[in-house]
Write a protein that binds this ligand. Sequence first.
Ligand code: ADE
Length: 349
Amino acid sequence: MDTHSILSRLPELLLPWYREHHRQLPWREDREPYHIWLSEIMLQQTRVEAVKGYYARFLKELPTVWDLAACDDDTAHKLWEGLGYYSRVRNLKKAAGILVEQWDGQFPRRYEDVLRLPGIGEYTAGAICSIAFNLNTPAVDGNVLRIYARLTGDDTPIDLPAMKKRAARDLKAVYPAEAGDFTQALIELGATVCGPNRKPDCGICPCREVCLGYRQGRAEALPVKSPKKQRRQEDKTVFILRCEGRYALEKRPDQGLLAGLWQFPNVPGKLDIGSALTAVEDMGLRPKGLRREVHRKHIFTHIQWNMKGIYLEVAEAGGEFRWLTPEQIDAQTALPTAFRQFWEEERDV
Ligand code: ADE
């Protein structure tokens, strides 16, 4: 069977399976474009189970595109705190502003117009247009690429742009009228039966009879991926500075990694205690006593931070910092996970 013959069987095989077996998820309860958009952005780098709570909380605080456009950056960051990849929420807000100003608060119904919004790439535009508007626009993410590679027996590395292009083109050609369900069915199959990092569950797969990977006995060996590049390693010393029950925090610069979020003061390199105390003095503070030292790491897409956290009591709440109470830290600052882990350590003792 050639690729088109295989894929053209998918609607009849997948749609009934999806309708019977899909997981009940909060963003599948309606087809409101704002809801679909938000869920797809949250789900890009984050597991379904983790997204559920964030999704509900976000929509409770900001139930419409207008609310999102009007809220301040700190509110939006706070709703995203812990989800990571914070440029996602900044782009959401930017795009909401454009929707309100240029589109009367509605989503445009053309793929090309949706694609032009900040933070919306081909995957998200495809998902929104198919799920919310039933357009034949495939949403090709890692899950769908894995299914495509297995079904068609294609051993091109899935990280190559040519592979994604081919999958989108070939799937578009077989999209049924029930485009939204079809997109969700592909995602669902790729998240469950044909899931990542484990053996595919071919015994219960609705597409087994047409799957070339299965028929050739190499479904498990697919998809092929290019060898991973090493992450850049960065050492850091992070200071958790306390003075009379308040802690020193500062905002990160507006550009770059974790832009505009909060952090504990930190310097490059893993400093020994002597150098660490000098660094604190250079911040205009007087160290009084070392309380604790812990080691943590945080992994971003391209960088890994290897961090030494130094907990110090200092004499005066000076320097260029905001000195915040634990309640203020919890309620007002969006502290990314890289730094939050040091805070959780402190709160737990
Ligand atoms: N991952 C990406 N999009 C999804 C969706 N709509 N449902 C479940 N998992 C997903």
